[in-house]
Design a protein around this ligand. Structure first.
Ligand SMILES: Nc1ncnc2c1ncn2[C@@H]1O[C@H](COP(=O)(O)OP(=O)(O)OP(=O)(O)O)[C@@H](O)[C@H]1O
Length: 241
């Protein structure tokens, strides 16, 4: 469903930070990205989310050749590909439910943005998703009073309610305690299997990649040097990163 071919990112007047990346990801796959600091993990996710301009390459998503479609392609990515940062960007003084309902500007109709009105179906859809993320009792609590793991799960619920088919998560659990990290990753894995979601997550630390991912991709100096099914890396493979 995602087919990236020969993605290159050259910093103007600077180095090539992604070099000839070719990558496919199918529905229901949970892919971990590993690599040393500066290897290009965040840049890869940011390019897939179209938060960075590509210097070269083709990007086919869900059968659509994104760059050939102009704005329509960019809008498709904004709507269907969610980018989750380590500290999710939420409205701290609003409730979990409100945050899930709001969505991003690309996902919310102009009418709803102007009036703040919410259809009953949307309300129920948001509550269903919050329940799925195990946060029903926190739906009406302000996000500022939530833990890091709860905030991540609200951000995931928000992405899914607004139609995300892909979640790109940059170190989604690095600041969390082990139990909260496990909960977030287990939720993501379950959603992959239940909803055919594609998750691509930077999980460089610890053993999260081998415990939760179906596949691990390793980057070194902007190139893919490793692409293995979900298992522990051998000592030799770790040396490549
Ligand atoms: N705007 C920029 N201008 C110049 N260089 C940049 C820019 N953004 C990223 N880089 C460089 O691109 C390379 C890859 O950066 P990236 O943030 O993707 O690394 P990373 O693997 O995510 O690292 P970390 O694990 O430390 O977050 C780095 O060498 C970084 O310095």
């Amino acid at each position: 469903m995602i087919h990236v071919s020969r993605l290159t990112k050259q910093i103007p007047g600077g180095p090539k930070v992604l070099d000839d990346i070719t990558l496919e990801a199918g529905q229901g796959q949970f892919i971990a990205v590993k690599g040393a600091s500066g290897s290009g993990k965040s840049m890869l996710l940011r390019c897939l989310a179209l938060r960075e301009k590509w210097s070269g390459g083709t990007y086919v998503f869900d059968g659509t050749d994104i760059f050939k479609q102009g704005w329509a392609g960019i809008r498709k990515i904004r709507r269907e590909v969610a980018y989750l940062e380590e500290k999710p960007v939420l409205y701290p003084n609003r409730t979990g439910l409100k945050n899930v309902l709001i969505g991003s500007a690309y996902q919310t109709s102009i009418f709803r943005r102007l009036t703040g009105m919410v259809r009953n179906d949307d309300y129920m859809g948001a509550m269903d998703m919050i329940e799925k993320m195990g946060l029903l009792d926190k739906a009406h609590q302000k996000v500022s009073n939530m833990s890091g793991g709860e905030k991540q799960r609200i951000a995931i619920a928000r992405a899914l309610v607004h139609g995300a088919k892909v979640i790109l998560a940059d170190e989604p659990v690095s600041g969390l305690d082990p139990h909260a990290a496990d909960t977030v990753l287990a939720d993501l894995k379950r959603l992959c299997k239940e909803q055919g979601l594609i998750v691509i997550a930077v999980l460089h630390q610890g053993d999260w990649a081998e415990r939760f991912a179906d596949r691990t991709i390793g980057l070194n100096q902007g190139r893919i040097v490793l692409d293995v099914s979900g298992r522990r890396l051998t000592e030799r493979e770790k040396m490549l990163l």
